[in-house]
Design a binder for this molecule. Structure first.
Ligand SMILES: [Zn+2]
Length: 160
């Protein structure tokens, strides 16, 4: 796709070239001044079109950089996702947990399934109150109300 400003700039350059080629055929000072003014207008048209083209190029370059950044983030997320699995911690309560969480005390946490699936983001559930078992996601405000007597199907995070 060609920007219309490129076509217009090319046309203005052609007009300028024709004006310059016709200079030696001009007879009067008035004709020279008119041709000079016409040439100046052609140069101004080229300049304006080039400024518009420059702005368009910068906009496209910024969009391209943003898309490349999003692509890298998506690829990284796809790799990260492979390390987690959806688990039901109590009836109707689903979280993502690290696949090898049982083998590592450092990686024992529950991730918000909403943030995981809709925002491509890891948000760790935090206990809502120091003494209770209800948890909240501080990213999307999702809450899981976990009855204290619930038999968790997976281990609770370390320290609970
Ligand atoms: Zn969340």
């Amino acid at each position: 796709m060609t920007l219309p400003e490129i076509t217009a700039a090319i046309q203005s350059v052609k007009t300028g070239i024709n004006i310059v080629r016709g200079f030696n055929q001009l007879k009067t000072e008035f004709e020279v001044k008119s041709a000079t003014l016409e040439l100046l207008n052609s140069i101004i048209d080229v300049q304006n079109n080039l400024l518009t083209i420059q702005a368009s190029y910068q906009s496209l370059f910024d969009s391209k950089s943003e898309i490349e950044k999003e692509l890298v983030n998506l690829k990284n997320w796809e790799t990260t996702k492979l390390n987690y699995a959806l688990k039901q911690i109590s009836p109707g309560c689903f979280v993502y947990v690290m696949k090898d969480a049982q083998n590592s005390t450092d990686n024992s946490y529950w991730l918000c399934a909403n943030c995981f699936n809709t925002k491509n983001h890891k948000s760790i559930f935090q206990r809502k109150y120091a003494s209770g078992e209800d948890v909240v996601c501080h990213s999307c405000n999702a809450e899981l109300n976990i009855p204290s007597k619930t038999q968790h199907q997976i281990p609770k995070p370390t320290g609970w």
